[in-house]
Design a protein around this ligand. Structure first.
Ligand code: KG4
Ligand code: ZN
Length: 346
């Protein structure tokens, strides 16, 4: 089983990890949240500069806390897509330079494949096929996971990603950034039935609604209208009830599509990945509904839900074991469909 040094810098976390297949030796994450909080969201240029400052200390720390040396490393895996180009470039340049310097194979990893692999870190026995609900700041997807590198996209969002909807709603409620964890926390103390909100549905030309696709921008606008109305009528906003009602609508919409999709495709296992997989409401409700339908559902441990390099190393290890490596001329890409992930390897 290969030992992989992994680097992740696609957004606002500088992360380095050393993993042996599904075992994590070290997992270093330098979060930039405090910096971006000042601006209410990620500022790409600021993110790149901070990655540049943090990448070397993170690399050192990953080796120190794993108590390993370069001779123990079989290959280097680095997130090459999708993400902020300037941010990705820092990690990829570091990864390629180290691969050349230490004469190690280099693997470019797709960030979303990393999120799919996060669950393996706690469930080493888990094997495809399964359905992955991938919910992050940039993505909301239902993915049929057939094997390493073999994915079919069954459902997507037509507008905002679910994490993005959380962040936007938090901004309009003036709760701070990132919105997901704050709304999740406040929702625990609110009434989820306080305000009925519309679940975004996608109409089909032949009538009815798309069973797996979602839409969150209408919901966000509905929260905005509700907030405007309530602030005209009251001195203070019932923030906890708004958060609970919003979260209840999101969680129900995601759960309904996921369970339906798993049943339709005869998949008995559901794996959740991405930052929103940390959501308490989703963890509870999806687990309950999966049990009712005799489906198994796995969530990654909280530290592997949001961006980290251990998940990138885990995906890289599987590709490397299958003989896949990337060319050192592989560039970064702001977008790449997960179904084209094998284009990263030779
Ligand atoms: O996967 P991730 O770290 O980065 C991307 O690849 O996008 O996900 C970040 C997103 C943010 O939008 C954040 O608000 C959301 O995940 N998030 C949550 C929770 N924790 C993080 N959303 C809902 N509930 C949470 N507990
Ligand atoms: Zn992510």
């Amino acid at each position: 089983m290969p030992t992989i040094l992994a680097i992740e810098t696609s957004c606002d976390e500088t992360a380095v990890a050393i993993v042996k297949d599904r075992y994590v030796y070290s997992n270093i994450v330098a979060s930039q949240i405090e910096t971006h909080r000042l601006y209410g969201g990620v500022v790409p240029e600021v993110a790149s500069r901070q990655h540049l400052e943090m990448i070397n200390p993170c690399l050192d720390q990953a080796f120190t806390s794993a108590n390993l040396h370069w001779c123990d490393i079989d290959a280097i895996a680095t997130t090459v897509c999708p993400g902020l180009v300037g941010a990705l470039l820092v990690g990829v340049t570091a990864g390629k330079t180290l691969a050349m310097l230490h004469n190690k194979p280099f693997l470019g990893v797709h960030h979303l494949e990393g999120h799919i692999y996060a669950t393996y870190l706690a469930q080493p026995e888990l094997k495809p096929p399964f359905l992955c609900l991938l919910v992050s700041g940039g993505h909301t997807n239902l993915i049929y996971v057939k094997d390493c590198g073999k994915y079919e996209m069954l459902g997507s969002t037509r507008d905002d990603a679910v994490g993005e909807a959380y962040d936007k709603v938090a901004r309009l409620l003036k709760l701070g950034y990132p919105g997901g964890p704050i709304i999740d926390q406040l929702a625990q103390y609110g009434n989820p039935q306080a305000f009925p909100l519309p679940e975004g549905r996608i109409s089909l030309p032949e009538g009815g609604f798309h069973p797996y696709d979602s839409s969150f921008s209408g919901l966000k606008t509905a929260v905005l209208r509700l907030t405007q109305k309530l602030s005209q009528e009251n001195d203070s906003l019932p923030i906890k009830d708004i958060c609970a009602s919003f979260q209840n609508t999101v969680v129900k919409a995601l759960t309904k599509r996921t369970i339906r999709c798993a049943i339709d495709y005869n998949l008995t296992t559901i794996v959740v990945g991405g930052g929103v997989a940390a959501n308490r409401g989703l963890r509870e409700f999806l687990t309950k509904k999966a049990e009712e339908n005799n489906l198994k559902v796995y969530f990654p441990p909280l530290k592997f839900c949001t961006d980290n390099a251990a998940m990138i190393g885990c995906a890289g290890a599987d590709h490397f074991e299958r003989g896949h490596t990337s060319s050192l001329s592989l560039g970064v890409q702001s977008r790449l469909n997960l179904t084209e992930v094998m284009s990263l390897y030779r």
